[in-house]
Design a protein around this ligand. Sequence first.
Ligand SMILES: C[S@@+](CC[C@H](N)C(=O)[O-])C[C@H]1O[C@@H](n2cnc3c(N)ncnc32)[C@H](O)[C@@H]1O
Length: 256
Amino acid sequence: MSDPMRPRAALRTAVVWEVLQDALERRVEATGRQALDVLDAGGGSGNFAVPLARLGHRVTVVDPSPNALFALERRAAEAEVADRVQGVQGDARGLFDVAERGGYDIVLCHGVLEYVDDPAEGVRNAVAALRPEGVLSLLAAGLGGAVLSRALAGHFTEAQQALADPNGRWGAGDPMPRRFTAGQLTSLVEDAGLRVGAVHGVRVFADLVPGALVDTEPGALDALLKLEAAAAEVAAFHSVATQLHVLGETPGTTGV
Ligand SMILES: C[S@@+](CC[C@H](N)C(=O)[O-])C[C@H]1O[C@@H](n2cnc3c(N)ncnc32)[C@H](O)[C@@H]1O
């Protein structure tokens, strides 16, 4: 039986997963090691960590939430990868209290910069966790996507407020502490000493399309996934994506 949650999950993660898998494959080829060392900063309950471990990589998840780490442990055990997933309690600021400086081939920082006190420090620490040749995978909420979705829902004043707010928030009730433009994210990555390998827009259309349309129209989900993949690469759509993904590479990285 198909998993009813799978399609929605695929819409959220497909583009990032594709880019990430590609980067992993290139690092495997360049290093000659089948199992890479991955740090998932703010990795939560393992949405990425567990699939990465299933590919054979060793993943350290640093997260401040004991509940998330508990869920991670359970998911890793269910997926029979508990020996390759290590969850440790910590945060982006105190990353090196619990993680190794310069010890990872790939560092993930997905959905975390929105919550940290100092995003620049968060990115600097993520970069400092990389080996001399390494890749940073950065995913964060996009400003334009929020403005567009508030406007299309008829909340025009909130949409305007998000545009004007330095943190991209549409009001006091906005659950997201901070959003970013693609330019802000690429600057954070470059200021931390990496070169930007690629920028992708994530969920350009998925959050705007009525769910019923995707769920009931035959072939609609696959077509939407393909459209998302195509639009993700086009810079014009980055400004309206719900999330933005930036791949950063250390200057000496080969095979990327
Ligand atoms: C939106 S979830 C993303 C989880 C996971 N990275 C993913 O993509 O599924 C945000 C995560 O960031 C964690 N977090 C919040 N503040 C943090 C901080 N200062 N340093 C590191 N992680 C933090 C939360 O506990 C939560 O697990």
